[in-house]
Design a protein around this ligand. Structure first.
Ligand SMILES: [Zn+2]
Length: 241
């Protein structure tokens, strides 16, 4: 359906956009625009990575599940990145669960196509290495954040980073979902959320969070919000140089 839109979609993912025209031209015939729905699972741990996804308007959560079924988000991939990166790092199996956090579009590519192009193009290698560095920084920052910062600070950080990628001031997420993403109990998130509502920073009703006071959220969020945001921006600059 979207076949004609591929060149336009390519420009919406900053990683693809950062590639030289000749590499984009080689990949484009094999890139397929797909619509991803909320909660859709792209990979489970141990599953073979057949497809690589370049989000264009969707947001993908990468989560690490535990044996008892509990799961915590370790990173998010939006239109600045790629899902299925471990294929390029030498593993054809996913270690994590990748699940769609915000519905939208992505470009899908057969994994082997990207691997072939990776060994052929030093420009693609540079872009992927620079993105990998940004991703490692993102995961390290979050690991420290989870250990050192309060649930309220982390909730503000999480909401703000989602907002950066969403269009508008509203997020469509349930408390259950936020609890999973932050790796906290739902009751804990409920208490933190009620505090934010009581000072009129957000309003939450039926799976919809409206941000009423963004600068208020920024002043409550931990420093990790700024660090993660700057890290993503630096990665984009590095990719396009
Ligand atoms: Zn933090």
């Amino acid at each position: 359906v979207f076949r004609d839109a591929v060149p336009q979609f390519t420009q919406r993912n900053s990683l693809l956009r950062a590639l030289p025209g000749r590499v984009q031209d080689r990949l484009q015939p094999d890139l397929v625009p797909v619509q991803l729905s909320c909660g859709q699972v792209l990979y489970e741990p141990g599953q073979r990575i057949d497809w690589i996804y370049f989000p264009t308007s969707s947001l993908i959560s990468v989560c690490r599940p535990m044996k008892d079924g509990a799961c915590a988000e370790i990173g998010v991939v939006g239109n600045d990145g790629v899902v299925g990166l471990s294929l390029l790092l030498g593993s054809d199996q996913s270690d994590d669960r990748a699940v769609v956090q915000m519905p939208g579009t992505a470009l899908r590519l057969a994994g082997h196509m990207l691997v072939e192009e990776f060994w052929r193009s030093s420009a693609l290698q540079r872009v992927v290495l620079s993105y990998t560095q940004a991703l490692l920084m993102h995961i390290s920052q979050r690991a420290a954040c989870n250990r050192l910062h309060s649930v309220e600070q982390r909730l503000c950080r999480w909401l703000l980073l989602c907002l950066e990628r969403a269009q508008g001031q509203d997020l469509f997420v349930t408390q259950e979902f936020i609890a999973t993403m932050l790796g906290d109990r739902r009751e804990t998130i409920n208490v933190a959320e009620r505090r934010l509502q009581s000072v009129e920073l957000i309003r939450h009703s039926r799976g919809r969070i409206s941000v009423l006071n963004r600068s208020g959220l920024e002043s409550l969020a931990c420093e990790c919000y700024g660090a993660l945001k700057d890290g993503a921006e630096r990665s984009l600059t590095a990719q396009s140089n």
